[in-house]
Design a protein. Structure first.
Length: 315
């Protein structure tokens, strides 16, 4: 700090006590000796007690002066700790973070994250890039991103996972769809209806092809796209269904615009969502702060999507 919060008179008196004389203190502080003497005299007059014994060869603290200087030195120590804490807080609450996330986060999680940061930490700036899981992983490992939210992240020594949640696979339809009242559904039952598929750029499609390749062998006039937003719009239209997780459609589930029906087939393994950083570059305070806000937004989105809603049910 450029200016101390400890009063000038106390700082001058402290230096006189350390130096043993006003002249030596003046040289240490680069202040006129007369100015130091005036401050000490004014302090003694205000307190009504002498703080120093004036000796032929210098100044010596009285008992009252010793008590005052002890207190002043504690204040200076407290001031040093306070300044360090202020600077630490400033470091946490300002800075820039580069985040890479999934397309599905654009309509629920990311707006919530941005609003929370703006309200609580307005000096933190954020750049967000929407990406595929493969590209998001690469961005982290090459230093292009500080933080990432990635679907189905494979364990890697180079990446540190800060948080992870399982996402059951489901069939998602509009409330008026014929399957909307089901408690569960099989892939065989689902394929009786028009389907909107995510493209092979999305890991869920590759997982489905690896475990249920028969789903894609027959031409049934399905539509596929690398845009989750388009796939969701097709499901919202009421005719087509999609295979995805609750997080992909969390805003629509929370609003009651879409319905999530768990897939009951054996082998329909859950997906997962991870928040990760580069393990070789420990995250700084601002990255940790944003990661905590991101995790909170993801969890809140899932909690809202999973709220029970009243509907008729059948097997």
């Amino acid at each position: 700090m450029r200016h101390s919060l400890v009063p000038t008179a106390l700082r001058y008196a402290d230096q006189v006590a350390r130096s043993g004389s006003i002249q030596k203190a003046a040289r240490e502080l680069h202040v006129a000796a007369s100015a130091i003497n005036r401050q000490i005299l004014a302090l003694e007059e205000e307190l009504g007690v002498p703080l120093f014994e004036r000796m032929p060869r210098g100044m010596r603290l009285t008992a009252s002066g010793d008590a005052l200087i002890t207190m002043a030195r504690r204040w200076r120590q407290d001031e040093t700790r306070m300044v360090a804490e202020v600077r630490r807080i400033q470091g946490i609450h300002q800075g820039h973070v580069s985040l890479v996330a999934m397309d599905s986060h654009a309509t629920g999680v990311l707006p919530a994250l941005v609003e929370a940061l703006n309200a609580e930490h307005p000096l933190v700036s954020l750049s967000v890039e929407l990406s595929t899981p493969d590209d998001a992983e690469t961005a982290l490992m090459t230093g292009k991103a500080d933080l990432a939210a990635i679907f189905n992240l494979a364990p890697r020594r180079e990446l540190l996972v800060l948080w992870k949640a399982q996402l059951p696979l489901g069939c998602v339809v509009a409330p008026g769809h014929a399957l909307a009242g089901r408690k569960t559904v099989s892939f065989q039952e689902a394929t009786a209806y028009p389907i909107a598929l995510q493209s092979r750029a999305i890991t869920i499609r590759r997982l489905l092809e690896a475990q249920f390749s028969w789903l894609f062998k027959d031409a049934r006039g399905f539509v596929e796209s690398n845009s989750l937003q388009l796939v969701k719009q097709l499901a919202l239209g009421g005719q087509r269904l999609i295979f995805t997780s609750e997080l992909d459609v969390a805003p629509e589930l929370a609003a009651g615009a879409l319905v999530f029906i768990p897939i009951r087939d054996q082998g329909a393994e859950p997906q997962d969502i991870s928040v990760a950083v580069d393990a070789t570059r420990p995250p700084g305070p601002v990255v940790k702060l944003v990661s905590q806000q991101l995790i909170a937004a993801l969890q809140a989105s899932l909690d809202q999507a999973r709220q029970p809603r009243h509907s008729s049910t059948s097997v």
